[in-house]
Structure formats: structure tokens, C-alpha cells
Design a protein around this ligand. Structure first.
Ligand SMILES: [Zn+2]
Length: 144
């Protein structure tokens, strides 16, 4: 099997609220969303109607890559190593469900209350390759 030189691989986000800029990876991917023009509520990704006021006009916003752990749990899932899954409150933004790296799941299990409010920062990681050979990226968070 030969690959055409002109066939360019793309980088695709695993979830739709991750924006991959045209000049990626020179510019890092980021979390984006919609801000209601009427009441200012913010949502991840695209939104057709505001859940708070019913407004239908939105402004596209880029959210901070910093946040705080709101709730989390250690996820034990079949063959995969246990990992820490959390809901992160983005600074000046909505919350996002994500994996937290840099936390030892065993330690989290042992003393979980201490981790609420932990400051975290987003990073982008390649998590898979799709059938066309494109990189699939996801947003994860690490403790700062
Ligand atoms: Zn609204």
C-alpha cells in the first residue's frame, strides 16, 4: 500500500468541544463553546438554544485551559489501568468531564476528600488513530 504525498493527515478532536486550529500544532487545540447573547450563560461546544433563558443567539468563546477539580472518581474499567475521571470547573467557564493525569488512583481512593478544588491545567494528547490514519486528540488535565 502506498500513500500519496498529497494526502494530508488531519487531526480530529475526540469530542466536539475541542477546537483544532488551522495552524495546529503551532497553535494548540483548545476548549471552545457558546455564550448566550441574552443572559451570558456558557456552554461547551455548539448550542442551538440556551438552557437558561431560551435565547438563540450565541457568541463563540474560547475557554481557559485552567480549572479546578469539582468532583472526581477513580474509574476501574475492564482491561485498562484505573484512572482518575473528574468534572473540572473551567476558570470563567463551564465544567468539563475529563481524565486527570498525575494523580495516583490508589492515593485518590485512600484520601479522596483532599482532592476537591485541586488546580488543574489542560493538555492535549493523541488518544487514537482513526481508520483514515488521522490523529485523534483529547483534552486531559494534569495537576499544577
Ligand atoms: Zn441565555
Amino acid at each position: 500500500m502506498t500513500q500519496e504525498a498529497t494526502e494530508e493527515k488531519q487531526t480530529k478532536p475526540l469530542l466536539p468541544f475541542i477546537k483544532v486550529p488551522d495552524n495546529y500544532p503551532d497553535e494548540e487545540a483548545y476548549i471552545w463553546g457558546s455564550k448566550c447573547s441574552d443572559c451570558g450563560s456558557q456552554f461547551l461546544g455548539e448550542r442551538l438554544a440556551c438552557g437558561k433563558c431560551g435565547g438563540q443567539t450565541f457568541e463563540e468563546v474560547r475557554f481557559s485551559d485552567e480549572g479546578e477539580v469539582y468532583v472526581f472518581s477513580v474509574v476501574h474499567q475492564g482491561v485498562e489501568e484505573p484512572f482518575v475521571g473528574a468534572i473540572v470547573d473551567l476558570k470563567d467557564g463551564p465544567s468539563v468531564r475529563a481524565t486527570i493525569s498525575g494523580l495516583d488512583p490508589a492515593k485518590v481512593d485512600a484520601g479522596y476528600r483532599d482532592w476537591f478544588g485541586t488546580k488543574v491545567k489542560m493538555y492535549i494528547e493523541k488518544v487514537a488513530t482513526d481508520r483514515e490514519g488521522n490523529d485523534v486528540i483529547a483534552a486531559k488535565f494534569k495537576v499544577v
